[in-house]
Design a protein around this ligand. Structure first.
Ligand SMILES: Nc1ncnc2c1ncn2[C@@H]1O[C@H](COP(=O)(O)OP(=O)(O)O)[C@@H](O)[C@H]1O
Ligand SMILES: O=C(OP(=O)(O)O)[C@H](O)COP(=O)(O)O
Length: 400
């Protein structure tokens, strides 16, 4: 398990007729019509839920979706109900809230083997604050707590951490139990070991890079991450994604990498767009030549070539965060090229690990998921494991 100790698991619990609160990570990508564009995280949650149903538990599912500020209809978990019902072979009931009297009534009506999905737990700001009173309210719904939300295990939130103090037993689900592979692979990687970090969660992931410098020999940066580094080097970045507060960190990371002999590769060219849209005008420009009013949405062809050559020298690769806005065809080439390169290298014996909701979605979209050594539902969580950190969502569970 992802800590120095082993935690209690599902098999040890007595389930029949018990109300079981299961924290899952159903934070899936949805399109504008609220259709699920990649259901990996839903499918990953199924084994634990089916096991609980099979033993006559009353299953209460809890998850977040996105990063809502208060109740926001577009972040409702309702679009998950049809797919969950289909995969589980039962009619999943949906609650309009995640705490309160209405929810308590629905829980009381659950038959053995029934499944109730609670509404987005992040509609309450108390969730991310890990508010104890809120955690107690969640806990009061159940007789047993199961955490199977690996993708959110690096967050100490009320439904991933706090709740485990107030409902016992608190155990790990099957997805959490599969972490041992990941821990082993990143603890003793075959070298050279490379990390590829991209995506849009710049402020969370840029802070991980410092620890990665002690683990990897090669670090490739892409996605929305790079513009903060460009700006720190004095380039103009137009209207690209930028974390002004992290400019100093970006500068110091480049210096530290140099001192440690880690090769950090930033793209030398990028694909820029005149707006954030699938039909935007686009062109390839050097990294130092992003025009005002344009935004970088993918890495360019020269960078794809250089990244490929660097990856050819590696034995282990961990990848989190797409290279560009792969949801738009025009800006998907960088991500697709890296996915193809990793698939090719896996065939040559290189260990390849892909983590993260959107990264896995991109690899699935390219039809290459089964060509990788390991696909993980967690991006930020995988990176924190790689740093050697214990995950709060695992630490909160009972000892084995
Ligand atoms: N240059 C960019 N500008 C803005 N967003 C980007 C850029 N490159 C990638 N992205 C976005 O990053 C998102 C995924 O980021 P993130 O959540 O960090 O990855 P993961 O879910 O794999 O951990 C995708 O939706 C993608 O469109
Ligand atoms: O999508 C997730 O993480 P990931 O993008 O790092 O894979 C998880 O659901 C956690 O979401 P958060 O980063 O909003 O806490």
């Amino acid at each position: 398990m992802a800590t120095k100790r082993s935690v209690s698991t599902l098999k040890e619990a007595d389930l029949k007729g018990k109300r079981v609160f299961v924290r899952v990570d159903l934070n899936v990508p949805l399109d504008d019509n609220l259709n699920i564009t990649d259901d990996n995280r839903v499918r990953a949650a199924v084994p634990t839920i089916k096991y609980l149903m099979g033993y006559g538990a009353k299953v209460i599912l809890s998850s977040h979706l996105g990063r809502p500020k208060g109740v926001t209809p577009k972040y409702s978990l309702k679009p998950l109900v049809p797919r969950l019902s289909e995969l589980l072979g039962v009619e999943v009931k949906m609650a309009n809230d995640c705490i309160g009297e209405e929810v308590e009534k629905l829980v009381a009506q659950l038959p053995e083997g029934g499944v109730l999905l609670l509404e987005n737990v992040r509609f309450y700001k108390e969730e991310e604050k890990n508010d104890p009173e809120f955690a107690k309210k969640l806990a009061s719904l159940a007789d047993l707590y199961v955490n199977d939300a690996f993708g959110t295990a690096h967050r100490a939130h009320a439904s991933t951490e706090g709740v485990a103090k107030y409902v016992k037993p608190a155990v790990a689900g099957f997805l959490m139990q599969k972490l041992d592979y990941l821990v082993g692979a990143v603890a003793n990687p075959k070298k050279p070991f490379a990390a590829i970090v991209g995506g849009s969660k710049v402020s969370t992931k840029i802070t991980v890079i410092e620890s990665l410098l002690g683990k990897v020999q090669i670090l490739l940066l892409g996605g929305g991450m790079i513009y903060t580094f460009y700006k720190a080097q004095g380039y103009s970045v137009g209207s690209s994604l930028l974390e002004e507060e992290q400019l100093h960190l970006a500068t110091s990371l480049l210096e530290k990498a140099k001192a440690k002999g880690v090769s950090i590769l930033l793209p030398t060219d990028v694909v820029v767009a005149d707006k954030f849209a699938a039909d935007a005008d686009s062109k390839v420009v050097p990294a130092s030549g992003i025009p005002d009013g344009w935004m970088g949405l993918d890495i360019g062809p020269d960078s794809i070539k250089t990244f490929g050559e660097a990856l050819d020298k590696t034995q282990t690769i961990i990848w989190n965060g797409p290279m560009g806005v792969f949801e738009f065809e025009k800006f998907a080439k960088g991500t697709e090229a890296i996915a193809k390169k990793l698939a090719e290298l896996t065939g040559k014996g290189v260990t390849t690990i892909i983590g993260g909701g959107d990264s896995v979605a991109a690899v699935e979209k390219a039809g290459l998921a089964d060509k990788m050594s390991h696909i993980s539902t967690g991006g930020g969580a995988s990176l924190e494991l790689l740093e050697g950190k214990s995950l709060p969502g695992v630490l909160a569970l009972d000892d084995a």
